[in-house]
Design a protein. Structure first.
Length: 340
């Protein structure tokens, strides 16, 4: 007995990871359809050793399907997610469209699984932004032990967060640095990304923050606790896959670094790699293809009474998108459909 699953946007980076993870986690699938835009019609996608050809999202009838994993932009989501939801197929949406909708639960299963019960208002469940997902996995267990007052986070986000064109730009721009005449101008980003860092992700807001930084604030409040104050600086770095974050946390009461390390070591979804020696920490190159959110450099912040600093790394295409979406599907199946 399994679920009838549709992956919408199956030919993109996140869509393909969703298929990989459905297979790796042996998600109970009775039947699968893979959908894409008309221009990608008939593209082959793999789930395990089975090949599927993409069908047309525009004409697809979601009636009778259990779960639709959406990995398309907000424009397509706005057009097709309500159709799927109305047909009785729950939508797990990776775009930002519904994340801040009070009638749509925003879920990281390790943090707020009970919120899944709210899905029925619109038959839509939202997946958080990649940079938020890995951070709240670390914050939640610490918040449960010693209430968090304030978070200051700086992110170092890989180019795969911007899609395939950005990956190609980093690759070609880097090559072009060594091959005279093959220089590649900045196109995806406002400035060159090869051997550079760009303190700007998404659009600028009125107050001088960027939309990416606003997302981390709004989503942390919705997933963990609206009382937590968050300030973020989101930076694009010349890394292909894997987001890194430097997180400073101020608590309501003192939390010893050793206790924080033990809490994180036993928390769901987390792998602690934290030795005060050369290589005793995780780097983005080591998180690619993994499920875990890695935590290193756990240490007291002695400049304030109740502070902890830590380093957080995770595969942004996995926990930051596809893995979290599949985990929501697992949670929905267990709690709501009770078939799997
Ligand atoms: C990024 N978080 O990294 C955004 C969207 N995936 O570009």
């Amino acid at each position: 007995m399994g679920y009838r699953v549709v992956v919408v946007g199956a030919t993109g980076n996140v869509g393909r990871e969703m298929l990989n993870i459905l297979d790796e986690r042996q998600f109970p699938i009775e039947e699968l359809e893979v959908l894409a835009s008309r221009k990608s019609l008939g593209t082959e996608c793999m789930l395990g050793d089975k090949t599927y050809k993409t069908k047309d999202l525009d004409t697809f009838d979601f009636t009778g399907w259990d779960i639709a994993l959406f990995a398309v932009g907000s424009t397509a989501t706005k057009e097709y997610a309500p159709k799927a939801a109305k047909a009785g197929c729950v939508v797990i949406d990776n775009s930002s469209l519904y994340r801040y909708d009070p009638e749509v639960p925003l879920i990281v299963p390790e943090c707020n699984p009970d919120d899944i019960e709210l899905y029925s208002k619109k038959n839509i469940i939202a997946n958080p932004n990649c940079s938020t997902a890995q951070m709240v996995v670390a914050l939640k267990p610490l918040h449960d032990r010693a209430k968090i007052k304030r978070v200051v986070v700086s992110t170092y986000q890989s180019v795969s967060g911007s899609g395939k064109e950005a990956i190609d730009e980093l690759w070609n721009q880097t090559k072009g640095k060594y091959v005279p005449g093959q220089e590649v101008e900045a196109k995806v980003y406002p400035k060159e990304i090869a051997f550079n860092v760009i303190p700007h992700i998404d659009v600028f807001m009125e107050d001088g923050t960027t939309k990416e930084e606003w997302k981390m604030v709004a989503e942390t409040k919705k997933i963990v606790d609206p009382a937590i104050k968050v300030t973020a600086t989101c930076v694009r770095v010349p890394v292909f896959v894997g987001h890194s974050e430097s997180i400073n946390i101020e608590f309501e009461e003192f939390l010893d670094e050793d206790e924080a390390r033990e809490i994180l070591r036993t928390a769901p979804g987390i792998m602690v790699v934290d030795k005060r020696e050369d290589g005793g920490y995780v780097t983005p190159a080591e998180c690619v293809g993994e499920f875990a959110t890695y935590i290193s450099r756990i240490r007291q912040d002695s400049t304030i009474d109740n502070g902890i600093n830590l380093w957080c790394v995770s595969d942004n295409l996995r926990k930051g998108a596809a893995l979290n979406a599949v985990q929501i599907a697992e949670l929905y199946g267990r709690r709501i459909l009770k078939k799997g």
